[in-house]
Design a protein around this ligand. Structure first.
Ligand code: DX5
Ligand code: ZN
Length: 221
């Protein structure tokens, strides 16, 4: 059986002065999802963009919109992100006191519920909630900035998470976010990843469309 790995270009690395052009590039490419990074300058030491920009992207995007919230108190914005067109809403484990409740609230709005883990956060902490999570996003850099280098311990975390999902009979998929390139993509998929986010590697390339196609080919096991 062949595996179709999903590629999610991160719009954080797009040219914001040519945003519609870059959104159309993703539409016309072999990419599967739009990955949208929302930062608040509190949970992470950076601010990306907010609701009006997501609304503008949504108007043109023709593929699944995967929103990654790097914000404190994500609960207060769940309804807003649903109305802005998010299909998957990912919150950080480290930002949620009542994670189980947050996941239910996301699903109640008709979205898939994701949980992101910082590099220092152990997979073991998901033991009791994995069956409620549609997607786990393993951060392979410290969140907040594009263009950082990939943390090698990620492969081990993917294998550990894959084991947990299998052991619990969960349907959770695994996303990797940060420092993804053609050097680590295949190994990440072999370890059990289903979705690869790629920002700089796609948008800083001479030919982003071709780079996405290459990642698709490289990760089709
Ligand atoms: C980092 C963001 C990532 C980022 C990835 O905090 O969550 O989605 O855009 O960018 P690259 O692929 O450049 O590491
Ligand atoms: Zn992200």
């Amino acid at each position: 059986m062949s595996k179709n790995t999903l590629i999610a270009p991160s719009v954080l690395a797009a040219d914001f002065a040519n945003l519609q052009r870059d959104v159309e590039m993703i539409n016309a490419s072999e990419a599967d999802w739009f990955h949208i990074d929302i930062m608040d300058g509190v949970f992470v030491p950076n601010i990306s963009f907010g609701m009006p920009v997501l609304e503008a992207i949504s108007r043109h995007a023709k593929k699944t919109i995967d929103v990654h919230l790097m914000i404190v108190n994500p609960d207060q914005y769940i309804k807003t992100f649903a109305s802005l067109g998010a299909n998957i809403l990912t919150v950080h484990y480290e930002a949620c006191t009542h994670l189980h409740r947050t996941l239910q609230a996301i699903k109640d709005e008709g979205m898939k519920a994701g949980v992101a883990l910082n590099p220092h956060t152990s997979i073991d902490l998901l033991e009791d909630v994995i069956n409620d999570i549609d997607m786990v996003c393993i951060m392979s850099v410290n969140p907040g900035f594009g263009g950082q280098s990939f943390i090698e311990n990620t492969y081990e975390k993917v294998r550990k998470l894959k084991d947990l999902i299998t052991r619990k009979g969960a349907n959770t998929i695994i996303e990797i976010d940060g420092g993804v390139t053609n050097k680590n993509a295949k190994q990440l998929v072999e370890a059990g990843s289903d979705v690869l986010v790629a920002g700089s590697f796609v948008f800083k390339a001479e030919n982003p469309t071709q780079t996405i196609a290459n990642l698709k080919e490289l990760t089709a096991l």
